[in-house]
Design a protein around this ligand. Structure first.
Ligand code: HEM
Length: 501
């Protein structure tokens, strides 16, 4: 009671904090987290303490939100107070200051957000559609030629759409040198950029200070390499746009459009804009590539595990799209079941299971609970996707939950919560949704995915496993990918794919 009273005095309020697990001295609740999938721990705490939870990581106040309703009430309706980002200790050592998605709420963030909005807002992102369809056809071609390496082809799809939108760089369908530079740069940081892992580094700061030659000092070594690769990742594609502008070959892209506008700016403003543009372009690419490919890998997993649903999707496509062509965006409204699959893929396995952490600018009171200034706010998209009152039997993949009895889409809001909330909501969500639709519709029109077979022709069963950093994706699983030659012969289908790519 005394400790509680002293804590309230320190906070300057007699209001209680939201309920939560009892923190240990000094470290708080860090040691009780599932370090690989902390959203599971948060969902378990939710079952005991409710949808608004207080925890402490070292001296950082943490508020976990397990329901979409509360997330909207705080992060959207009170967005002027809930749009900051917490301090992430690994950000600077790993060279991730480029990422404006982690920048505190303020002028630097505002300028980057304005730049990205011009290219990725709903109406502007419609101009990407022909390119997205072209990249989807290249994906089909890669799957046809080299099905074994399907994971790499999905990564290429996400990365090359990102490269087109940001730099108008037309990446090679496979092993593109610029895509490789960028992917290599992101791998090291992604593993340590979650708040939970970053907190461990601030708990044991000597890990970051060990000389890089010291045995076991992998964190320090990774950090040094990460900084080197990130610098390359920012500069090389940027130089590509400058060169193609100088040669007069640049087509519109986020970078070329803003560089053109900068020609009429004063010198001191140019420096500021150039810094913001480099931050914006590299952040957009970093945010786009992995998320898009992860969502498509979850879709493939869903199809392999649910062959009956895949058949229903095939039947819908066959009824709407002639055998001699591939689907395009004009078909989208006539394909409600495919729409259900797109929405269910996003809901079933949110690719950023904890969204991105927000932070409060000032203290606040919600439903009688005190929320401290500077608290880290974790919107737990994973728990929202499993909210039984909204998505009954939530761990099941059920596209039908988005459709009414006549097979039409219901009025339910699509799973936008997987794109975050309020002023920080994902600015790439329209482009991402279109890339995922183009990938899913094109694949369902042309391929059948199923469990791989052993030498006796029996299905190879597997238990899916997952990897995660900031985002989450399934680990490669054995699967068979064969062209659907139900309406066209295998030869004619291959010809259709090749001529479209
Ligand atoms: C499946 C695809 C994607 C998913 C699930 C996704 C999800 C998210 C989430 C959850 C956030 C955090 C929002 C918040 O703080 O509340 C975010 C932020 C962001 N996303 Fe996406 N994203 C995707 C694709 C993209 C694409 C294609 C772009 C390209 C422009 C993009 C650019 C960004 C940026 C720049 C931010 C930081 C925003 C800020 O801090 O103001 N994302 N995204």
């Amino acid at each position: 009671v005394l400790v509680d009273r002293l804590a309230k005095k320190r906070r300057g309020t007699s209001l209680p904090l939201p309920p939560g697990p009892k923190p240990l001295p000094v470290v708080g609740n860090v040691l009780s987290l599932d370090s690989k999938e902390p959203w599971n721990t948060y969902a378990e705490w939710g079952a005991v303490y409710g949808d608004l939870i207080y925890a402490r990581f070292l001296n950082q106040d943490v508020i976990i939100i397990n329901s979409e309703k509360i997330a909207k009430e705080l992060l959207e309706k009170r967005s002027n107070n809930y749009s900051d980002r917490p301090f992430i200790a690994t950000r600077e050592p790993f060279g991730w200051t480029f990422n404006f998605g982690l920048t505190p709420y303020g002028d630097e963030w505002r300028l980057c957000r304005r730049l990205i909005h011009q290219t990725f807002r709903a109406d502007a992102s419609l101009s990407f559609r022909p390119m997205q369809i072209r990249k989807a056809h290249q994906l089909l071609n890669n799957l046809l030629d080299d099905p074994i390496n399907y994971v790499a082809h999905f990564q290429t799809y996400g990365a090359s759409i990102g490269m087109s939108t940001v730099y108008d760089y037309d990446a090679a369908p496979r092993d593109d040198p610029l895509v490789e530079i960028v992917n290599r740069a992101l791998v090291l940081g992604i593993k340590v950029m979650t708040p939970e892992r970053a907190v461990l580094l601030s708990a044991f700061p000597f890990l970051a200070r060990l000389p890089s030659w010291f045995p076991g000092a992998t964190i320090k070594r990774d950090a040094v390499l990460s900084c080197k690769y990130i610098a390359e990742m920012i500069e090389r594609p940027y130089e590509y746009v400058q060169k193609s502008m100088a040669e007069g070959t640049a087509a519109p892209s986020l970078v070329s459009e803003i560089l053109k506008r900068m020609e009429h700016e004063e010198n001191d403003r140019v420096d500021q804009l150039e810094k913001a543009l480099k931050q914006t372009s590299s952040t957009a690419f970093a945010a786009a590539a992995e998320t898009t490919s992860s969502a498509l890998l979850f879709f493939i997993l869903a199809m392999v595990l649910n062959p009956d649903l895949q058949q229903r999707a095939h039947a819908e496509i066959d009824a709407v799209v002639d055998a001699g062509r591939l689907p395009n965006f004009d078909d989208r409204p006539s394909l409600p079941y495919i729409e259900g699959i797109v929405r269910e893929t996003m809901r079933w396995q949110p690719v950023i299971p904890m969204g991105a952490p927000h932070a409060t600018t000032n203290s606040d009171v919600y439903e009688g609970y005190f929320i401290p200034k500077g608290a880290m706010i974790i919107p737990n998209a994973w728990a929202m996707s499993r909210d039984e009152s909204v998505y009954p039997n939530g761990s099941k993949f059920k596209p039908d939950r988005w459709l009414d009895e006549d097979g039409k889409l219901t009025n339910a809001e699509p799973p936008v919560f997987t794109f975050g909330f309020g002023r920080r909501i994902c600015p790439g969500r329209y482009t991402a949704d279109a890339s995922i639709w183009a990938g899913i519709a094109s694949i369902l029109a042309t391929f059948e995915f199923s469990k791989a077979k052993d030498a006796q022709g029996k299905d190879i069963d597997f238990v899916p496993t997952f990897s995660s950093g900031v985002g989450r994706h399934p680990d490669p699983f054995p699967c068979s990918i064969v062209p659907r030659s139900t309406r066209l012969s295998a030869e004619k289908l291959a010809q259709l794919i090749r001529t479209s790519a």
